[in-house]
Design a protein around this ligand. Structure first.
Ligand SMILES: [Zn+2]
Length: 217
């Protein structure tokens, strides 16, 4: 046990119970809502392809919400490993560059971290690479989860809020775009549009979890 572990004892990233070591506890590992078979890869009209190891419900939802608001290193390591494994199995060979869906500068200041960046960094450790910033969020729009009015409202809410990162090399790249969750898919679709308009050859996505209703479309 490292010194820091005494100050911040590891917790299971899903049930948040204290543990002797980092990682998911046995009970949660058994109870997690895993996607299986064709449900792992969500494919939708408009070019959205997103791999996710979990459904965004029950324990997975609790774990992601806790991560968003408390941001623990242990959770990032666990979630990043799951995303890396899932993306390698479902999307291996389809990307040469990894990036993430960024939060706005204002949100970053308030929260102190960018959760999708942490996930992308931890996922990339498994591939001996680093994620690169290719997108920038230029408006502080309301969170998608707070919107009423369904798909059209979600699409309108994210329109124009991302732009290519000024230092990002996008042209000709085959990109893996990482986010924590994929619910309506509106955010990912908008980011794909921005990257494609900036010359990306292709964009595929990976998240820790996606929603069941949308996946059936
Ligand atoms: Zn647990």
């Amino acid at each position: 046990m490292k010194f820091l572990d005494l100050l911040f004892p590891p917790r299971c990233p899903f049930c948040r119970k204290f543990r002797m070591e980092e990682g998911t506890c046995g009970e949660c590992e058994k109870a997690l809502p895993f996607t299986v078979g064709k449900d792992i890869l969500r494919k939708e009209k408009g070019g959205l392809v997103c791999a996710a190891p979990l459904w965004y419900e029950d324990l997975a939802r609790e774990g992601i919400l806790a991560f968003k608001f408390h941001g623990s290193h242990g959770a990032a390591v666990d979630f990043g490993r799951r995303i890396a494994r899932c993306a390698a199995e479902e999307l291996g060979g389809q990307f040469d560059t990894v990036t993430w869906v960024p939060v706005s500068r204002k949100r970053l200041r308030a929260r102190g971290f960018d959760q999708a960046q942490l996930l992308a960094e931890e996922a990339c450790r498994h591939w001996d690479t680093r994620p690169v910033p290719l997108l920038r969020k230029i408006a502080d729009n309301p969170a998608q989860s707070t919107l009423k009015g369904g798909e059209a409202a979600r699409r309108a809410n994210v329109l124009g809020v991302y732009e290519p990162h000024p230092r990002g090399e996008i042209r000709g790249k085959r990109i893996l775009l990482i986010d924590d969750i994929c619910t309506s898919g509106a955010t990912l679709r908008e980011c794909i549009r921005v990257l494609t308009d900036a010359g990306a050859e292709s964009v595929v996505c990976a998240a820790l979890a996606h929603t069941r209703e949308q996946a059936k479309k």
